[in-house]
Design a binder for this molecule. Structure first.
Ligand code: Q9C
Ligand code: ZN
Length: 341
């Protein structure tokens, strides 16, 4: 399998995230990719290649121009008022307490565009997410040209980012950028299968009213898991998109017997849609020893995940999302990639 790697991920390196009442070291850090890249490099099935540059155009197909402008300048504006440290908001929009305007102050804008306090903007965040977008679009192009599956080995992750909102460690939605890039190059129907432990709220929201992208997600029940406010089983899509959004929330503690059934359901729905292209948001925070998640998949279960994915007989654009047990990331991801076709 081709693996698109970019070194620039390293420029996004947050000091800490706000969790349980205090700042803790960021779970989402460069060691994740370092560990994963070393492991994949040792596997003969993985063939590394570099990203090409595509610039802002494919990003702007998914995200609002004013949001991109904010992201590009946020850190520079933050350090003028806060000094040289990561930017984190301290105030948010309360329900019913907002008429739609965007404040001019950087603190107000952070609160306007952010959905949580766990996603610091650092000096290199904008560079890193642009490079991750380039890796994604390169991978999509390679899928088209080679008719083989390609893995975008990128961070930070993307599936919690909406068209004008960041959070959940995510700033740009790479699954959405990849899917839109397929559509812009002739695909009529794209399916996105999201198997990160957390619901892909950003991806769902971006495509919620569209029938040209089917979004299917298996995740921890949002009634007691991040992202809390989206990911319920009665979210079916709206307007033209009605029937093209499928959420399969599972209770904490789900192991392969439960998870495998949901995956079969997800794959049947995707096969039924008969997509031209398939994007996989691959998070391995479903692992039993993930530090922030509560499913119970074992390392050997990831081989079963890959084997199930192989039933969808299409080359896959696979995007790396979550997974925070740095030591076991490599083997878990490799077990999916080796078997998924
Ligand atoms: N600090 C992804 O897996 N915070 N995002 C949970 C632990 C948010 C996870 C609390 C977790 C977001 C892409
Ligand atoms: Zn996750």
């Amino acid at each position: 399998m081709l693996v698109v790697y970019n070194e620039t991920h390293r420029q996004h390196q947050g000091a800490g995230e706000f969790f349980r009442g205090e700042m803790v070291p960021c779970y989402e850090n460069p060691r994740r990719i370092d560990s994963l890249a070393v492991y994949l490099d040792s596997q003969s099935f993985a063939e590394f290649t570099e990203a090409s540059r595509f610039g802002q155009e494919p990003i702007a197909r998914v995200h609002d121009a004013s949001y991109l402008d904010f992201l590009a300048n946020a850190y520079g504006r933050w350090i003028e008022v806060a000094g040289d440290c990561d930017a984190i908001p301290h105030a948010w929009i309360g329900r019913g307490l907002h008429q739609g305007g965007i404040p001019t102050d950087i603190h107000g804008q952070l609160g306007y565009y952010a959905s949580d306090a766990g996603t610091p903007i650092t000096s290199g965040t904008w560079k890193a997410v642009q490079a991750a977008s380039d890796a994604t679009v390169t991978a999509a192009q390679l899928v088209r040209d080679s008719d083989r599956s390609v893995f975008a080995l990128t961070r930070p992750p993307g599936h919690h980012a909406g068209k004008d909102v960041y959070g959940g460690y995510c700033f740009l939605n790479f699954a959405a950028i990849g899917a839109q890039s397929f559509l812009d190059h002739g695909a009529k129907r794209v399916a996105i299968l999201d198997i990160d432990f957390h619901h892909g709220n950003g991806t769902q929201a971006i495509f919620y009213d569209r029938s040209d992208v089917l979004f299917v997600s298996i995740h921890g029940d949002p009634s007691d898991e991040y992202p809390y406010f989206l990911g319920y089983s009665d979210e079916f899509g709206m307007g033209d998109g009605e029937g093209f959004n499928v959420n399969l929330p599972l209770a904490p503690g789900a192991d392969w017997s439960t998870y495998g059934r949901a995956l079969t359901q997800a794959i049947d729905r995707i096969a039924d849609y008969s997509p031209d292209r398939l994007v996989v948001s691959l998070g391995v925070d479903t692992f039993e020893h993930d530090p922030i998640s509560r499913f119970q998949l074992k390392t050997e279960d990831f081989t079963k995940v890959g084997t199930c994915l192989a039933q969808l007989d299409l080359p896959k654009l696979i995007i790396f999302e979550g997974g925070y047990n740095v030591e076991h990331l490599g083997v878990n991801v490799a077990n999916v990639l080796r078997t998924c076709g």
